[in-house]
Design a protein around this ligand. Structure first.
Ligand code: THU
Length: 128
């Protein structure tokens, strides 16, 4: 199995764990860190809707807890034509990924499109 296959399978499994009773739209994400770790996340919704956390955000939190801060590659899995990260998650990814990092967007059967972080978030905010 290639690393990309492994990332896809990890994101797909994470998606099964999603808590999405309000949208009924489950998402899984897998991050490969530059340190070689594969870290998963899933969306976790809340009755107060804006408090929900996206799969990518959850994976980033888990990555930080695992002691990693540099993203090498990302796979997002959702049962949609194109489950691209939301605007907020694009900015969150940018914090830990350079513009060339690939974000693969997959449905349940495989990767459908690949974007760079810079493509997803041109002119993203930087404090310094
Ligand atoms: N969602 C994600 O977790 N990641 C994405 O890339 C797109 C959307 C979640 C947020 C919400 O829980 C549900 O999908 C429907 O928008």
């Amino acid at each position: 199995m290639t690393t990309l296959d492994q990332l896809f399978e990890t994101a797909k499994s994470a998606r099964e764990r999603a808590y999405a009773p309000y949208s009924d739209f489950k998402v899984g994400a897998a991050i490969l860190t530059k340190g070689g770790k594969v870290i998963a996340g899933c969306n976790v919704e809340n009755a107060a809707y804006p408090e929900g956390v996206c799969a990518e955000g959850g994976a980033i939190s888990a990555m930080i807890l695992a002691g990693e801060t540099e993203i090498a590659e990302v796979v997002v899995v959702g049962d949609a034509a194109l489950c691209t990260p939301c605007g907020g998650c694009r900015q969150k990814l940018k914090e830990f990924a350079d513009g060339t990092v690939k974000v693969h967007v997959a449905d349940l059967f495989g990767i459908r499109r690949t974007f760079s972080v810079a493509e997803l978030l041109p002119a993203g905010f930087e404090l310094k």
